[in-house]
Design a protein around this ligand. Structure first.
Ligand code: HEM
Length: 309
């Protein structure tokens, strides 16, 4: 086990320390949504989320990283965090990212990567030799950056794909478990900006763009599950399932409202991906198990400082 305090300390050193803000996904906005599960969801899992009755969801959209002033008009990570408020007080939380892979395979490797990126006390910049030596020995840490570099700047929080990255097990009424990796795909399709368009948009446009888009029409995502087959790697957040794997639709998430400012029910939630409903189980990915404790450390710090976003 990696000390969660060390992980959050390292994130603060690399990403900057901003009191009151999440130590990752710092720049965000609350929204509300409704989820309606599909017949296919009910076949795969007994989870009440898939009953077919509308379920309220507390949503948070954010830009990756610890900087609450992070620019919206550069390539990189966007996040979709969800809390499904299910019948009988049951809750399902998840934090999805706009890449099919995370930036490390294990918490030890993630800490090593963060340590290699720490600024040198003299130059105030990361030491390129140290960064290269760690990445050469741990090539998995470059996969996510390569993916983001290959993708244009998203035009909207509502027009980009968000992956769960980890494997989860979906358990049916007979106890049969189907493993899979999920992806939230915008119903209206993907929309991107050219580099010139992104430049012209400036650093702050995603919150207002989403507010306008939701007010003017429908912003919705299909909750799709890629089904694992025997022999597939199930324990890695840096290895997507093969493209050829069958994808089924578990239901649709429709965004209902976006907070007009920095308030909202998402502010004090830590979206802990181990908070799962009956009928959905965590896979054995060490990266998934490692998330709960540092999130709690970050929540503790930001609540004590006065939660902001
Ligand atoms: C050990 C590895 C990781 C560490 C140390 C870490 C750290 C953090 C921290 C400190 C937060 C803010 C928590 C809060 O204050 O509420 C956060 C948020 C988030 N993380 Fe991670 N994380 C890790 C792995 C991952 C992975 C594998 C994913 C891939 C899906 C991920 C996706 C997210 C998302 C989407 C959020 C934003 C959630 C929100 O809007 O509140 N993280 N992470």
């Amino acid at each position: 086990q990696v000390d969660p305090t060390k992980l959050v300390d390292a994130q603060e050193v690399v990403g900057g320390k901003f009191e009151g803000y999440r130590r990752s996904g710092a720049k965000g906005v609350c929204a509300t949504a409704e989820f309606v599960g599909s017949q296919q969801g009910r076949v795969l899992s007994t989870a009440s989320a898939f009953s077919g009755k509308p379920v309220p969801v507390i949503v948070r959209f954010s830009v990756g990283g610890g900087n609450p002033m992070a620019p919206d008009n550069t390539r990189g990570q966007r996040n979709l965090a969800l809390q499904f408020d299910l019948p009988k007080g049951e809750v399902w939380q998840m934090g999805n990212i706009s890449a099919p892979v995370f930036g490390a395979a294990t918490p030890e490797q993630f800490l090593g990567r963060l340590e290699s990126l720490q600024p040198d006390p003299e130059t105030k910049k990361a030491n390129p030799e140290k960064v290269k030596a760690f990445a050469d020995a741990n090539p998995e840490v470059l996969l996510q950056g390569k993916y983001f570099a290959s993708q244009p700047v998203p035009a909207s929080y509502g027009a980009v794909n968000y992956w769960g990255v980890h494997t989860f097990g979906f358990v049916d009424a007979k106890g049969k478990k189907q493993f899979g990796k999920w992806i939230f795909e915008p119903v209206g399709g993907l929309e991107n900006l050219t580099d010139d368009e992104a430049k012209a948009k400036g650093a702050q446009f995603l919150f207002d763009e989403l507010r306008q888009r939701v007010a003017a029409g429908t912003v919705a995502f299909d909750f799709n599950l890629q089904l694992a087959e025997p022999g597939d790697e199930l324990d890695s957040a840096v290895k997507p399932l093969p493209d050829a794997r069958k994808k089924v639709n578990l239901g649709r998430l429709t965004i209902k409202s976006v907070a007009p400012d920095a308030t909202g029910a998402c502010l004090t939630i830590m979206y802990n991906p181990l908070v799962l409903p009956k009928g959905v189980e965590a896979g054995r990915d060490p990266m998934l198990a490692a998330r709960a404790a540092p999130y709690a450390v970050s929540l503790g710090r930001r609540l004590t400082e006065g939660a902001k976003q």
